[in-house]
Design a binder for this molecule. Sequence first.
Ligand code: HEM
Length: 121
Amino acid sequence: MSYETYKLIHLISGFLLFSIAGGVALYAANGGDKAGNTLRKLVGILHGIALLGILVAGFGLLARLGIGGIPGWVWAKLVVWLVIGGIATLPYKRPQLGKVFLWLVPLLGGVAAWLAVAKPF
Ligand code: HEM
């Protein structure tokens, strides 16, 4: 697959992850619980697809860029990936954090994008 295709998969998977994280945060902040979510299965599947798509396409991009090993900025992106992945389900346990996640998650996404552009370390 080409660099452009991997990039598109990486970005679309990211958009999907943010859409899931935002939806769950808003739903939980308004008192919704897991059992009452009629789209629970779909959300779980899409969440998994998004995380996998970001990861696989991320490593595909690295290969196309000819970058061997895992540089520091990629480790940092892996941490952001883990944190946002976990945050997407956390509002059920801490609904009061739902409001915070609505701006914290896009900010973390910005950090992940900046790491790819600047490759600071
Ligand atoms: C939620 C987590 C992530 C988000 C929001 C994210 C976002 C982005 C964005 C917006 C870009 C495009 C930057 C640009 O070229 O203008 C990008 C590029 C890239 N990302 Fe991610 N990313 C995430 C996780 C990861 C992970 C886990 C990896 C590694 C496995 C990764 C590897 C890369 C690579 C290699 C590029 C291409 C850099 C280049 O073209 O110079 N990303 N990412």
